[in-house]
Design a protein. Structure first.
Length: 499
């Protein structure tokens, strides 16, 4: 059986803990690979390699860093299909979706290639007699990233390219459910000329996570995952004096006003709710229909959802793949089977879906729940699967109040032809990312990604300007040089003169 080992100090390092985790093919349910799970000693080794590399990488020129990143971008582009194939094999998403993931990750690599402008400082001259003040940003040291299973290539690329461009070194702890893509990303970085130890991949479970959170040589931690774990990451790492950005879960709403183009809204709802089998934190999981349009909107969503082809991710005819594990599939199904007892109308029930020839796969079809109560489990919890809830309100104000009452505030959208309503929505909704007739408002690379409330712990969003600020710290330098024509001024215990 294939074993996925660590990547430490520029080379593959076999696991020594004796502990391994299974990696399955979600389309068949078969265990295809095992992944080494790190001990605390292996955590120490990865951090030590990063610390050693920082001694030279942290003082390297911006020109040297960007030269590596430009070569890296070219290699990633050339290996898009290889990375996507690993994602499909271990996560299960269809190949086209996996290619889209790689493309969105590449955006951040491209942003990192332009780090020379992102790290420009500021200078004020002659703030006092012969006194200049400058502001600069400097790297932190060793930083760590802990990433989720749903985007095994994109989310790591949201982190480490910017971190290393800023002069830090990086220890990546990817999900143990689909670890292979992370290793390929590291191997390609080495091929691009990244010095040994600048990027390390450490596989593991809670032992590895806690080892990084508690390690004295780790200066900052980036995390993407569920809200309970994000809260734990933030609390633990902050208590150890580390800088933290921890992105948590979501329950993203889409408000559909009576004047909206219902065909466009239905298309968007199906794409946003069921793409990647709903296993993404930006999925639309709750549609709020305002006024009398609810029945027609639900009918249009049902009509489209029934046509989605569910099958293996490497089958070109498949539009949605399986879920990551059997346990997760069963948990997602439980929300659908229990929905009617909590007052919902089950319009589509995908829990019995199977695929011929792949009976052991982690399959579930598309489910649609109407007249969902805000008290129901299907509404309150982040399901992270292909289940779309529809709620009804009479007015725009009721819809916004319902949405703002959610403890999550990741992304949201409004569908309307009314510019005034859309503008009002942008200002009144309590979420970090807003779409207007755009169902999944993930920002482009040069804007930052992040939510509000229980969807983000820490002060910085990920990538964009916030990402650069997170991976650097500011320093202000005040300078006075004597004029050669001046005689020594002597000792002056008073305040410096500003005029």
């Amino acid at each position: 059986m294939k074993t996925v080992n660590h990547w430490i100090g520029g080379k593959t390092v076999e696991g020594t803990s004796g502990n391994y985790g299974p990696v399955t093919d979600p389309a068949t349910g078969a265990v295809t690979t095992q992944v080494a799970l790190a001990s605390l000693e292996e955590v120490d080794a990865a951090v030590a390699a990063a610390k050693d590399a920082y001694a030279t990488w942290g003082t390297s020129s911006l020109a040297a860093r960007t030269a590596v990143l430009f070569r890296y971008r070219a290699l990633l582009d050339a290996h898009r299909d290889d990375i996507a194939a690993l994602i499909t094999a271990e996560h299960g998403k269809v190949h086209s979706d996996a290619l889209g993931e790689v493309a969105r990750g590449l955006e951040i690599v491209e942003l990192a290639c332009g780090i020379t402008t992102q790290l420009k400082g500021e200078l004020s001259t002659q703030v006092s007699s012969r006194v200049d003040v400058s502001s600069i940003r400097q790297s932190l040291g060793v930083v760590a990233g802990i990433t989720p299973f749903n985007f095994p290539a994109m989310v790591p690329m949201w982190m480490f390219p910017l971190a290393i461009a800023c002069g830090n070194t990086f220890v990546l702890k990817p999900s143990e459910k689909d670890p292979s893509a992370a290793n390929l990303l590291a191997e390609l970085a080495a091929e691009a000329g990244l010095p040994d130890g600048v990027l390390n991949v450490l596989h593991g479970d809670k032992v590895a996570v806690d080892g990084l959170l508690n390690h004295p040589d780790v200066a900052a931690v980036s995390f993407v995952g569920s809200t309970p774990i994000a809260r734990y990451i933030h609390t633990t790492a902050s208590a150890n004096g580390k800088r933290v950005q921890a992105l948590g879960g979501a329950k993203n709403h889409m408000l559909v006003l009576p004047d909206a183009d219902l065909d466009a809204a239905a298309d968007a709802a199906v794409s946003a709710a069921y793409g990647s089998a709903g296993e993404r934190c930006m999925a639309i999981s709750a549609v709020v229909a305002v006024g009398a349009i609810g029945d027609e909107l639900v009918a249009k969503i049902k009509e489209r959802a029934e046509k989605i082809e569910v099958g293996p991710g490497n089958d070109p005819t498949s539009e949605m793949g399986p879920l990551i594990t059997a346990a997760h599939r069963d948990k997602v199904a439980s929300y659908v089977t229990g929905a009617a007892a909590q007052g919902a109308e089950v319009v589509l029930d995908g829990t019995g879906h199977t695929v011929d020839g792949f009976e052991g796969g982690h399959w579930i079809g598309l489910s649609l729940l109407d007249h969902v109560s805000t008290d129901s489990d299907a509404y309150k919890d982040e399901i992270f699967g292909p289940v779309l809830c529809v709620l009804r309100t009479e007015t725009y104000e009721e819809g916004v109040a319902l949405m703002n009452a959610s403890p999550f505030g990741n992304g949201t959208a409004i569908f309307t032809r009314d510019g005034g309503a859309a503008r009002r929505f942008q200002l009144e909704i309590e979420a970090g990312m807003v779409g207007v007739n755009v169902p999944i408002p993930v920002p482009v690379g040069y804007h930052s990604f992040g939510g509000w409330k229980d969807s983000l712990f820490g002060d910085h969003h990920i990538y964009g300007n916030d990402g650069v600020h997170f991976y650097t710290r500011g320093k202000v330098v005040t300078t006075r040089w004597p004029d050669p024509a001046d005689a020594p001024a002597g000792v002056d215990l008073g305040f410096p003169r500003n005029h």
